[in-house]
Design a protein around this ligand. Structure first.
Ligand SMILES: O=P(O)(O)OC[C@H]1O[C@](O)(CO)[C@@H](O)[C@@H]1O
Length: 549
């Protein structure tokens, strides 16, 4: 049944039975309507203070309305000047939603009617490629809630310099989205940037799809964001109802019931929803919201409902289609894009209450950022150069590093096998590629191959993008992951204006810093460095075909 353009079906009768008691509890306690009233007490006293500053997302379909005309006018002005190429600098909640929105409305992940270049990377080659586009037509949207995210700041500095070097008034091409009162807002004012659009400070990054963070880049790329808000508005009454038919109540209860029964992985596959890349957006929402206190839901985004991890999932995973139920789907979530944003936000907030965590903080994200800063500072001071330890193995163009758990592997395949052997039953493998997600896109094949050969749920993330998404879960959630980290050589590094480090050094420090933090959490991290990216990716793809479990 579709309520306001969204629906959730609990296809698996056993899961529906397990969820029934939680549905009844949510309905009986009036939780959905309390959430719609922004009741900050729903997650207990410890979460109340944070929740009281994080619940405005429930009514963004109304409060974001005034942005629509303003953004239409800004787009018109830019177009009148021939500026129609949108590049977005932003991480996690500041870029995942606009990417889905633009791709979905274009009907394509590349180009299409509403093209957008999302730069959520520190890969020097990928940043250079974005700089090589037609700058005379480019506007850079600089999106950061905190105003202090290093990746975003580095991209802003670099674009400003390159605009100027090309005789373009950089300030006229900068549109900033940030919270009121940030350093970024102050800087944009001082430098006379084209526009600064304040976002609602009472909405966290991963719930911000329908704030200025989602709407500004999308509207500048030509998306009808008023229609998107309309979709959310249509779904809102059904999602606020204290009813066993409320799709968010069903979804939240089912995810929590599955979690509490040991199925903490949520495998997401698109089954023809027409939404492009929705799983990547939902991934951050689910992982960062729930993965803490050794609990939470691990999102595993897979290629399609026939993919390894979905067709052959074990009792540790719940399989969900975005779109109609097909194959062995246990849950199907269908609906409009605006409606699905609100559906999943509501469901995850409800699941958080049932699991017993605060869905609005991200206590473990800072540790990797700090480790990165420490490594960069060490390198800058020259006191303790941030060099990697010697590899335990060099196999062709691939250097392999790990901890004592790794022993002395003879080949890359053996090293990966040792990593996989270190995963507990019902553990998972996380493949984390600090590479160029366009030029090194073939790395993605590793996910399905590892999953098929090991039977372990396997995630894939581009670094540093995933640090702002599943990064929280890997450190704060169920501690049963093993990590295959991939880095690559940098042919042409790129300086970051007025910073003592380059993009290549930043990327390297992010990988090394995160590996350090995961290791400190007792997790096995296999670090694979591709001295030659193309040859190394082929070697890796071959090596994983030898892995078994
Ligand atoms: O918008 P900001 O402040 O640049 O942060 C980007 C992302 O980084 C995180 O804080 C995690 O590192 C996310 O929660 C957020 O979406």
């Amino acid at each position: 049944m579709s309520a306001g353009g969204v629906s959730v079906s609990l296809v698996d009768p056993q899961l529906a039975d397990a969820a029934a008691a939680l549905v009844e509890k949510l309905v009986g306690d009036g939780v959905a309507s309390a959430l719609a009233r922004q009741d900050a007490t729903l997650w207990g006293p410890d979460a109340q203070s944070e929740a009281s500053r994080r619940l405005s997302w429930v009514s963004l379909h109304e409060s974001s309305r005034p942005l629509v005309d303003r953004l239409t006018a800004l787009r018109g002005d830019l177009h009148a000047e021939g500026v129609d190429r949108v590049v977005l600098a932003g991480m996690g909640g500041s870029s995942l939603a606009p990417e889905v929105i633009c791709h979905t409305r274009s009907g394509s992940a590349v180009g299409g009617e509403h093209p957008i270049t999302v730069l959520d990377t520190t890969d020097p080659g990928q940043v250079s490629d974005a700089l090589a586009g037609d700058l005379s037509r480019t506007v850079l949207v600089v999106s950061s809630k905190s105003g202090g995210t290093v990746e975003t700041d580095s991209q802003r500095r670099t674009f400003a310099q390159v605009f100027a070097a090309n005789g373009i008034d950089a300030a006229s091409r900068m549109v900033v989205v940030t919270d009121p009162g940030t350093k970024l807002e102050e800087l944009a004012g001082n430098l006379g940037y084209r526009a600064t659009i304040e976002a609602d400070p009472d909405v966290g990054g991963r719930y911000s799809a329908l704030t200025a963070f989602g709407l500004v880049p999308s509207a500048l790329a030509g998306v009808d964001v008023g229609a998107l808000l309309g979709e959310a508005a249509a779904a809102a009454p059904a999602l606020a109802a204290d009813s066993a038919d409320n799709p968010a109540v069903l979804l939240g209860a089912a995810l929590a019931a599955a979690h509490n029964a040991g199925a903490e992985k949520v495998v997401l596959a698109d089954s023809g929803s027409g939404l492009i890349g929705f799983g990547d957006w939902a991934e951050q929402l689910i992982a960062e919201s729930t993965g803490k206190q050794g609990l939470g839901l691990l999102p595993v985004v897979v290629e399609n409902p026939d993919a390894p991890g979905f067709v052959d999932h074990g009792s540790d995973a719940t399989v969900v289609t975005i779109g109609p139920a097909v194959g062995n789907a246990q849950i199907a979530a269908e609906g409009t894009l605006g409606g699905q944003f609100l559906l999943w936000e509501t469901a995850v907030a409800l699941a958080g209450r049932l699991i017993g965590i605060n869905p609005f903080d991200q206590p473990d994200v800072e540790s990797a950022k700090q480790a990165t800063r420490d490594l960069l500072a060490e390198a800058d001071s020259g006191s303790a150069p941030s060099k990697d330890e010697a590899p335990v193995l060099v196999d062709g163009s691939v250097e392999v590093r790990g901890g004592p758990w790794l022993g002395s592997p003879g080949t890359l395949a053996e090293a990966i096998q040792t990593l996989v052997n270190a995963a507990p039953d019902h553990g998972y493998v996380a493949v984390q590629a600090y590479l160029d997600r366009l030029d090194d896109a073939s790395a993605i094949v590793l996910r399905a191959e590892v999953a098929a050969r090991t039977g372990l749920q396997t995630t894939f993330g581009w670094g540093p993008r995933f640090l702002h998404s599943t990064g929280q879960y890997h450190k704060g959630g169920h501690q049963n992951g093993v990590f295959l980290q991939i880095t690559g050589s940098v042919a042409d590094d790129l300086a970051i204006p007025d910073q003592p480090f380059t993009f290549g050094q930043l990327q390297h420090a992010q990988a090394a810093g995160d590996a350090q933090v995961l290791t400190d959490h007792g997790r096995p991290v296999l670090r694979v460095h591709l001295a030659d990216r193309a040859a190394g990716l082929v070697a890796l793809a071959n090596a994983v075909t030898e892995v078994t479990r």
